[in-house]
Write a protein that binds this ligand. Structure first.
Ligand code: NDP
Ligand code: MG
Ligand code: MG
Length: 337
């Protein structure tokens, strides 16, 4: 079974003699920088001079420098700018990596696919909260944490793993639990998951279900509720109690129909193909080229998604009905007639 590391397995003092440069102050960057700072670690935020976040970081009590200056003073450089920007930012800080420094990531794409090639005498590690940055920050402030991953790609000092755990503790992750993985496993499972299941798979399934009903003459609003809105209720049940928790909560009719019919909409060969293109680097090459060409295909796919009927139907319905986290607030504001 997998080892899960908790607070007692890590010691922030392992890295409290370090200066940590957190490059980027976005979703992950602000959370790492503020949590580490409050855990007693010396943090410098690295931002480009015209960054809109510069003042935010300073107002929060953090020191801000350009990435090269921050990295120059740091023993640990944490890459928390968007993945597509990282190779360019790396070029600006490359010369600041001294022997024994650490280059740290929250996602392994650029290392695994060779877009960043660090020198052999630095540690290359990953500390990746399995959560959006605002939750990494919010849970820390409540004395809790979000689960996370650590991985060591290159261990020049022999301390890479203990220091990764110390950092994970500094941002609150060991309060929830941390597991160790490799860069390869993190990247390949992450890309496969977001393409085949989470982002790509789910949206295509919802669109196909919606279109099937609408093409058959049913009301788009009914199709929207059935195929998109109710998805959250089902996922919440799965999240809480696994598949059996969900099956136990729906009707026997839904359970029998789902168990006998679900498999029919899944293309296993398509999934294997997606995994293969992740593993052999074909997807990575395509995405790197797409970025170099200023994202022509990406823009087309986004436009098509934006113009799909389900977007207009959903926008309208979300305005007309109150539900979800804000439901109570919206209901009280609604005129009583
Ligand atoms: P964001 O998109 O939120 O990062 C934006 C930050 O990067 C801003 O501070 C922005 O500053 C800065 N930035 C953008 N371009 C540059 C540049 N050219 N030079 C310097 N700074 C720049 O990133 P995320 O937090 O989403 O992702 C960071 C890393 O964390 C990625 O590797 C991602 O895969 C990983 N990750 C993200 C998760 C998430 O929840 N978002 C979850 C787990 C991992 P400016 O004001 O200058 O634009
Ligand atoms: Mg240095
Ligand atoms: Mg991902």
């Amino acid at each position: 079974t997998t080892t899960v590391y908790y607070d007692e397995d890590a010691d922030v003092s392992t890295i409290d003699d370090e200066t940590v440069a957190v490059l980027g102050y976005g979703s992950q960057g602000h959370a790492h920088a503020l949590n580490l700072h409050e855990s007693g670690v010396d943090v410098i935020v690295g931002l480009r001079e015209d960054s809109s976040s510069w003042a935010d970081a300073e107002d929060a009590g953090l020191r801000v420098e350009t990435p090269d200056v921050a990295a120059g003073e740091a023993d640990r450089v944490v890459m928390l700018v968007p993945d597509t920007i990282q190779p360019a930012v790396y070029e600006a800080i490359e010369d600041e990596l001294d022997a024994g420094d650490t280059l740290q990531f929250a996602h392994g794409f650029n290392i695994h696919y060779g877009q960043i090639e660090p020198p052999e005498d630095v540690d290359v590690t990953m500390v990746a909260p399995k959560s959006p940055g605002h939750l990494v920050r919010r849970t820390y402030e409540r004395g809790e944490g979000t689960p996370g991953l650590i991985a060591v790609y290159q261990d020049a000092t022999g301390n890479a793993k203990q220091e990764s755990l110390a950092y994970a503790k500094g941002i609150g992750c060991t309060r929830a639990g941390v597991i160790e993985t490799s860069f390869q496993e993190e990247v390949e499972t992450d890309l496969f998951g977001e393409q085949a299941v989470l982002c790509g798979g789910v949206t295509e399934m919802v669109k196909a279900g919606f279109e099937t009903l609408v093409d058959a003459g049913y009301a788009p609003e009914m199709a929207y509720f059935e195929c998109l809105n109710e998805l959250k209720l089902i996922v919440d049940l799965m999240y809480e109690g696994g598949h059996m928790g969900m099956w136990n909560s729906v009707s026997d009719t839904a359970e029998y129909g789902g168990l006998t019919r679900g498999e029919e909409v899944i293309d296993r060969e398509g999934m294997e193909q997606i995994l293969e293109e992740v593993q052999n680097g074909e997807f990575a090459r395509e995405w790197i080229n797409e970025n170099q060409a200023n994202r022509p295909a990406y823009k087309q796919y986004r436009d098509a998604e934006q113009n799909h009927q389900i977007e207009a139907v959903g926008e309208n319905l979300r305005d007309l009905f109150a539900w979800g986290e804000d439901a109570d607030a919206e209901k009280t504001e609604a005129p009583a007639d």
